[in-house]
Design a protein around this ligand. Structure first.
Ligand code: 5GP
Length: 183
């Protein structure tokens, strides 16, 4: 079977983490990508499992060498998807990148075989209501989150598959059928 690189995106709270975790647990032939970062490991984090922890110098060198399918800066540290890891792993397994829409579309530019999967909520209004109902956000950051949610869903035409997470097992089966080449 052909191994594929798949990006799974979708708004926060849509359940994509659960879908990814379940598939990784169930299938020997699918792994999650391991990103590189310049931030320090947290307690319990293992190099090569949670992240590849690099010095800033090493990270910058690998940018120069074109070893990132995409990279970005968060909270003053660099994070990136390593091309070498992806290419090596694809020789024996398929890979899931759980990545935001911007990151996924950036990877697609340099790795056109990337399969883009968007996980969507059964009701956008319901997801928005939940976000508002949490009350954990001040008005400004709530506005940013709602705009981001809408922006992500608006990119759906650029995606290869649009899967509504109405029923978790059905959504998992749909993603699995992409790996099996039956969807
Ligand atoms: P943390 O330091 O909490 O593990 O991650 C911080 C942020 O970095 C999160 O928003 C996470 O999604 C993002 N991140 C992790 N890996 C990558 C990556 O490979 N590329 C990009 N662009 N962001 C990443």
């Amino acid at each position: 079977m052909k191994h594929i690189l798949m990006a799974i995106s979708g708004p926060a709270g849509v359940g994509k983490g659960t879908i990814v975790k379940t598939i990784i647990q169930r299938r020997e032939d699918v792994v999650e990508s391991v990103s590189c970062t310049t931030r320090a490991p947290r307690i319990g984090e293992v190099d090569g499992t949670h992240y590849f922890f690099l010095s800033k110098e090493e990270f910058l060198k690998r940018i120069e060498e074109n070893d990132f399918l995409e990279y970005d800066e968060h909270f003053g540290n660099y994070y990136g998807t390593p091309r070498s890891f992806v290419e090596k792993t694809l020789e024996s397994k398929s890979i899931i990148l759980e990545i935001d829409v911007v990151g996924a579309l950036n990877v697609k530019k340099v790795f056109p075989e990337l399969v883009l999967v968007m996980i969507a909520p059964p009701s956008v209004e319901e997801l928005k209501r939940r976000l508002i109902g949490r009350g954990s956000e001040d008005e400004e950051s709530l506005k940013i989150r709602l705009a981001r949610l809408q922006y992500e869903l608006d990119q759906k035409d650029k995606y290869d598959y649009y899967i509504v997470n109405d029923d978790l097992e059905t959504a998992i089966a749909e993603v699995e059928s992409i790996f099996d080449g039956t969807k």
